[in-house]
Design a protein around this ligand. Sequence first.
Ligand code: HEC
Length: 135
Amino acid sequence: MAPKSFWIGGPVVVVAAALTPPLQADPVGKDLFDAHCADCHGLSATGDGPKAASIDGGVPNLTTLATRNGGTFPTIDVMSYIDGYTRENSYANMPAFGEQLLDAPTVLYDAGDGIPTPTPEPLVQVAEYLISIQN
Ligand code: HEC
């Protein structure tokens, strides 16, 4: 059975990928989040992942980023945190994802400053996913 479903599934996946515009990528963003972030931040992104209890200071709720920033999602800050670009020493318990993102394809993305900037596509997808789950 396994080889049969491989041959049926393969072309379908390729066609779906070709038809999916890069920025309508919430499902991809959710997959990336579930794979790389949910251990700590939780599948619901509220900071209740399985590793959260063992992290000093706990893990922040990522569904309240906009609320905690006066109602505006701090896109540039969030992306910088995730890729480690502006990580400060106080920000010690979360791994930086910059290395994994270096080899990723880039897309032009306006993170809110009006300047479309080449940005690693997975970083955009994760940020767009976080924007979509704000409370
Ligand atoms: C090993 C656990 C861990 C993983 C994995 C992890 N984080 Fe975090 N994250 C944290 C902790 C802990 C903090 C709080 C700051 C600190 O102590 O590093 C944080 C902070 C953040 C913040 C800043 C929140 C705020 O309130 O300002 C964002 C945004 C964030 N993480 C997004 C992500 C994303 C997206 C991923 C996956 C790509 C991810 N994190 C993976 C533990 C983790």
